[in-house]
Design a protein around this ligand. Structure first.
Ligand SMILES: Cc1cc2nc3c(=O)[nH]c(=O)nc-3n(C[C@H](O)[C@H](O)[C@H](O)COP(=O)(O)O)c2cc1C
Length: 203
């Protein structure tokens, strides 16, 4: 049951792998957002199994997975986006999720988390922030990345510094998403003129 007084945060897992460290980051982020009094939903892209986006395909637009992706994104005030670093970028399934969305992300706020094999995560984090920004969303100027060596054999994240950063990201997304969305909706109410800013370019 939706409680309108609580910020609504969607945590998106960009992993297509069942046994992925990304899921541990998602779990920690979701718990942290809940502890900050948010209403949290988790979208696991390996479960949703979106097809590769075909622009303008009405049959594909009617698929339950596509509608779920759009409805969950519309529901959210803010996002915590978690990606594995693949070839210096975000995962293909997370980019594909973006490709189904635009208005659902505009005027909203996101924090970004990454899991890498050994790199610092900057490239995948920047890729996610760029795509969110090109959907007219705003991102937190702070993020967290975990390397494979930050996880124990049982899959738990043992690096306390990374864990703290994940918590900071989650708390900030819960903090900033609602006022940003309220400001955006107020701007949209001004119509399509220049005084409405970028919000005025949306329907
Ligand atoms: C296709 C592919 C590309 C990858 N590219 C990178 C990379 O550019 N940099 C890096 O540090 N790790 C890279 N890795 C390792 C993954 O980042 C690492 O396995 C993953 O992010 C950790 O999450 P996982 O538990 O889902 O594998 C790559 C892995 C795959 C499968």
């Amino acid at each position: 049951m939706t409680n309108p007084s609580r910020p609504r945060i969607l945590v998106v897992s960009g992993s297509a792998r069942l046994d992925s460290h990304v899921h541990e980051m998602v779990r920690i982020a979701a718990e942290a957002a809940e502890s900050a009094a948010a209403e949290v939903q988790v979208l696991r892209l390996h479960e949703l199994a979106l097809p590769v986006m075909r622009n303008g395909d009405s049959e594909q637009n009617a698929l339950a997975a596509v509608q779920t992706a759009r409805e969950r994104a519309s529901w959210a005030d803010g996002f915590i986006l978690v990606t594995p670093e693949y070839h210096g970028s975000m995962s293909g399934c997370l980019k594909n999720w973006f490709d189904f969305l635009f208005d659902e992300l505009a005027g909203k706020f996101a924090g970004v988390l990454a899991v890498t094999g050994g790199g610092g995560g900057d490239m995948s984090i920047t890729a996610v922030k760029t795509s969110f920004s090109w959907c007219h969303g705003f991102t937190l100027p702070y993020h967290a990345a975990a390397r494979g060596s930050d996880f124990s054999a049982d899959g738990s994240l043992h690096n306390q510094s990374v864990r703290d950063r994940v918590h900071r990201v989650a708390h900030d997304v819960v903090r900033y998403a609602p006022p940003l969305r309220a400001a955006w909706e107020q701007a949209r109410s001004l119509g399509h003129g220049v005084a409405a800013g970028v919000a005025g370019t949306h329907g």
